[in-house]
Design a protein around this ligand. Structure first.
Ligand code: WQD
Length: 257
């Protein structure tokens, strides 16, 4: 797969342009507005996709930063802007939070993500299969060098992610300097393992079919979590079953099931 630096072959320029406009353009506008308001402390939503295809897992924050898709490229450009801003002006303190794979919803079932159109991400697609919107889960490749051949990711409950933001804000207030830190559980879960965990948590079987790999995907991606624990005194608490149960409760709530 040939990466041109802004997008991988097979990605559309429209998709790449949308990420650049939204993520990079949006960050530049935000920083300008913050500067005008003399607000220079920021907790930024970065992504594990800035690591691209890692040399080793778990991935530590000192791993090389390189990307395999336009989304990851846009996030890395934002990180570069914010790193250079801090170097140029010490008043700025930024926490770059490298989200691994946020999933789930608020336990009340009243707050969650509602993707427009067919979701790209795995968990919302699984909950739509469970709700009968799709006949089966498309599994993008089962020939990766992983536990069962399917892609391995570090899924983290959005409620743990929210607490990670508070911990990062307290770090900035306490230390008066920026940080780049992983927000993940440190555990890798494959596509088939997540589908099985969903069934375990909800009693709903998820039919699947194996398809070809998806452009830009990496085999395995999960976090080293020691910096988050040592610097932020934060670690993920909620289980993969809780992620599935809360994601399903939200799907049912959205559909009034
Ligand atoms: C996960 C795995 C797919 C859909 C994420 C998101 C975002 C970002 C981190 C913060 C892969 C497979 C997927 C499907 C499948 N975090 N899959 N069938 O690709 O790790 O990207 O990066 O910014 O959370 O951009 O997440 O959920 O798309 O895919 O088999 O219908 O599930 O191949 O192995 P990904 P994903």
């Amino acid at each position: 797969m040939h990466f041109t630096g802004l997008k991988s072959v097979g990605e559309s320029w429209q998709q790449a342009a949308q990420y650049l406009d939204n993520n990079v353009g949006g960050t530049a506008c935000l920083v300008a507005a913050m500067e005008r308001a003399s607000v220079q402390r920021l907790v930024f939503s970065s992504s594990a996709t800035v690591y691209g295809q890692p040399d080793a897992v778990p991935i530590s924050e000192s791993a090389p930063l390189r990307t395999t898709n336009s989304y990851g490229r846009s996030k890395l450009l934002c990180e570069d802007i914010l790193r250079e801003l801090q170097m140029a002006d010490s008043r700025w303190q930024v926490a770059l939070l490298r989200y691994f794979n946020p999933v789930g919803a608020h336990t009340s079932g009243l707050i969650g993500e509602k993707p427009t159109g067919v979701p790209n991400n795995l968990m919302p697609y699984i909950t739509q299969v469970a709700a009968g919107q799709h006949p089966f889960l498309r599994v993008f490749g089962d020939d990766y060098p992983t536990v069962d051949g399917t892609g391995v990711r570090d899924y983290i409950h959005v409620m743990d992610l929210a607490k990670g933001h508070l911990a990062a804000l307290h770090y900035l207030e306490r230390e008066g300097k920026g940080i780049a830190v992983n927000l993940g559980t440190g555990s890798g879960v494959s596509v088939l393992q997540l589908a099985a965990a969903f069934t375990q948590a909800t009693g709903i079987a998820i039919a699947h079919q194996i398809l070809a790999r998806r452009q830009g995907d990496v085999a395995s991606c999960y976090a080293a979590t020691d910096l988050a624990l040592n610097a932020l005194a934060w670690r993920a608490q909620l289980s993969i079953e809780a992620m599935c149960a809360d994601a399903w409760r939200w799907e049912q709530s959205v559909r009034n099931l």
